[in-house]
Design a protein around this ligand. Structure first.
Ligand code: ADP
Length: 249
């Protein structure tokens, strides 16, 4: 990040669908070594804000800065090349390929030297080493040769995180990574995300408020397209306004 420790910074993002402002002047500052949660009731605008940050949608106005680059208006692919990693609720893995093949593909897809025959030989050894490192990191050691599609749903979410991290992004956007998981899997994936955030800052959208409060360092609460609160977990926990929107929804 820059001197101030800001890795991903959005200022005054606005996005309308027709006459409806789904995101209405939202600012978010994701800083180095933080697990930053974006929460709020259904319809608050979290997904739209996420899509604005990653380039799936272009803001009508406002700035998005990723490690000092202005990225608003760039394509999602270009933003990914500049270091934004994304983990999706719908996984992006290839079910008929093995765990190792999936990770290798993700590494190669982000490697600009992949088409260069002069670097290919050393490249393959490096890719294998890196793939092993990622597989161990996400807790799938021993499963290298299993077809991705044969993993449990939790295992697939772990692999999906591994793919998002394959090219060491400068920030990870995780959209409801715990959705649909068992209690034990939630624990495992939640802990992994916490561990990741020590290295790579994470912006997390998550519905499980108790989990968010136990994991996050920083919380942005959205409601009706606006930021209702931006602060620490304790700030969010102790806010009457936050309690009200959750009880009201
Ligand atoms: P959240 O993720 O917090 O549930 P969303 O960002 O998905 O909220 O949606 C915010 C609001 O914007 C909702 O009222 C939703 O119906 C509306 N919305 C989202 N995407 C579109 C779209 N493509 N066209 C029209 N309205 C949309």
């Amino acid at each position: 990040g820059d001197a101030a420790g800001s890795v991903l910074k959005a200022q005054d993002m606005v996005k309308s669908f027709g006459a409806f402002r789904a995101v209405d002047g939202v600012s978010i500052d994701v800083r180095d070594r933080s697990l930053h949660a974006l929460i709020g009731p259904n319809g608050a605008g979290k997904t739209t804000a996420f899509n604005l940050l990653s380039g799936i949608l272009t803001p009508d106005s406002g700035q998005v800065t990723l490690s000092g680059h202005e990225v608003a208006g760039l394509s999602a692919n270009r933003i990914a090349e500049l270091g934004m990693g994304r983990s999706f609720q719908i996984t992006s893995l290839f079910p008929d390929l093995t765990v190792q093949e999936n990770v290798r593909l993700a590494i190669q897809a982000g490697d600009p030297a992949r088409m260069n025959p002069w670097t290919a030989a050393t490249g393959i050894a490096r890719i294998n080493d890196k793939a092993r490192e990622i597989i161990v990191w996400v807790g799938l050691a021993g499963m290298e040769n299993a077809k991705a599609g044969s993993l449990s749903y939790g295992g697939q979410r772990l692999l999906d995180l591994g793919l998002a991290l394959a090219n060491h992004p400068c920030v990870l956007l995780a959209d409801e990574p715990l959705a649909g998981l068992s209690v034990a899997e939630r624990e495992r994936v939640g802990n992994l995300i916490k561990q990741v955030s020590a290295d790579i800052p994470v912006l997390l959208v998550e519905h499980d408020i108790d989990r968010v409060f136990s994991l996050a360092d920083h919380v942005t609460v959205m409601n009706e397209g606006k930021v209702l609160l931006d602060g620490t977990v304790d700030d969010a926990r102790n806010s009457d306004a936050v309690r009200e929107i959750y009880i009201g929804s």
